[in-house]
Design a protein. Sequence first.
Lengths: 467, 253
Amino acid sequence: MTPTGRGRLLAGWGRACASAAFVAVPGSAEEVADLLAQPGKHLARGLGRSYGDAAQCAGGTVIDCTAMDRIVELDHSSCTVKVQAGCSLDSLLRVIVPRGLFVPVTPGTRHVTVGGAVASDVHGKNHHRDGTVSAHVANLELATPTGPILCGPEQDNELFWATAGGMGLTGVITEATLRLVPIETSRMVVDTVKTADLDSCMAFMSEQDAAHRYSVAWVDSLARGRNLGRSLITMGDHARAEDLPTKMRADPLGFSPRQLLKVPVTPPVSLLNPLTVAAFNEAWYRKAPKQRTGQLESLSTFFHPLDGVGDWNVLYGPRGFTQYQFVVPFGAEEVVRRVLEKLSSARAASFLVVLKRFGPAGKGHLSFPSEGWTLALDVPLGIRGLSVVLDDLDEIVAEAGGRVYLSKDGRLRPELMEVMYPRLEEWNEVRSRVDPKAVLASDMGRRLSIGGHSSSSRRRPAGAGAR
Amino acid sequence: MNDVTGMPQNVVVIGAGADISRAILRSLAGHRLSSVILSGRSLESLEGAVKDLHSLKVEKVEVALLDVTDIGAIERFADLAAQRLGTIDLVLIAAGVLGTADLESLDAGVVAFLATVNFTGPAAIMTAFARVLAAQGQGRIVVLSSVAGYRVRAANLVYGAAKAGLDGFALGLGDALAGSGVKVVVVRPGFVKTKMTEGHSVVPFAIDASAVADVVVRGLEKDAEIIWAPPVLRYIFAVLRIVPRPLWRRMPR
């Protein structure tokens, strides 16, 4: 199995700073092992949904895992499934939902691979109840430069927790066994509440979200002053059979989500600018009723609304976009407001602003979620001085004891890495045990001086905020 | 690496003593700049840039001698730079000499020298680094062209002609590198008040080196491939380019 031909340009979902790499498409764990034995740097890639440079390996070999997409074994009695790492949540859900099972955690898109989900240790709207995806993984088959290793919370748990959220730098996940969730229907029972500003949104969520398995708020980032942070909070639970009206009961587990449309070409300029986004937000907010309870929604409408529009990322135009997602502990609510205000005054129109309460942190060394508020905003690139605006936000977040999400990142200042991720050294020790020669590398790893690129270019001591 | 906002970490500069180079480096140091190789014709010419970067807390600053007319040294220099930095994110090529355009003092030797300093050397350097950057799958080559090359005037005909060649070479190289992860950025400043232009009478839309640096960094931010400094020159030269020759010839300089 050798990568052939010229390199291919690969970018993240934000479509900025593409780099070229050879791409190999192995079909089995053995072929992955063969690839890792070849000279040069290597990195696994799934469906390319991380926003920045996490799944790029400039000048090296990118191991495209999407051909390893089989469901190996579905055990209905124990609610577990063993899948190859390149299997997408989309194809997994199409098989398991009609059988009355659901994934324990899903991010905002179905178009991620299971391997990628574990490498990012993704969270969903149920984090406050169920934690991240790694809390529901029984074990992983990991191809490392020092050989294949089976790891999980029970065996070689150090390596397992280094891999959950490890951004692919501990090895190539080739198989994963997940614990699934039984469901009676493929519908959600959803309550929606409109709040007039950020404070009432946060107060409501703090009070109410323990009562629901899933909860999230959409925040209007362009509304200013009094309206800053006006929000729509949605809370949901899996519908039981008796929640369905009679006509739906014939097929309670039907699941065939479709892409409604696809953006056909990259527009020459971003179509998502302050004007269009403000108009959309106004309409979206006004359209929603003040309060609505018990609405039935399909799984895809509730969990993956953006999957209805294929390649929506090109709407940001050729320059692309980034997503700024951070978490700060409870008590640092003010940081959420300041971030919204600063981005709003930088005219960084955010089409998608999502606020959620995280439950307690998991055990992954570099896993992002920790107890507190998380806010995620899409930001178009090319705005004057954006780099400095985001650096300022990083300082505020770090000072509050928070961190940014690596799977969304493409620009964090390297010296903040160990401030935000204090278990970095511990992670690196485990990583160098399985990859002593630093065969695994990513553009993100090089940029942040993590992985096999530690400390050589980390220039100032931790916490130094001066620019 | 270059980050998503367009800011590089590891940079190589050819002609690092030039005022524009220094200003661009100071500006990049305010973002992600962490390792730099500064090169120039003499070590003394680099002292100012070294001092700038140390005071801005850039971690690693190295200096190297490189005479752009020493074509034989160029490939080796590119390989050495790659070795020293590991990854090169941005190569800034700012070597150039205005020279004379006075027919009395021009001769074959002077024309050949100015052509080498302003075209052959920089083009050879771009080629060498294009190879290095393509192998690493990413990187940017930022080359200082000039509005003088957009339409050559009698007043700086050798410099202008050499820059015209360099500008065309850079655009063509950028196209040839499409899909490799390497981008070529062409900067076209107007009259810049620097050491190089000292003693020349200032023309309209003249700017200083730090203003050029702002425009260049703004261009990196926008991922521009052609940067005019100041930006308004794009429109002015669109007109000047089609002014009839009899008129062009009589235009004040």
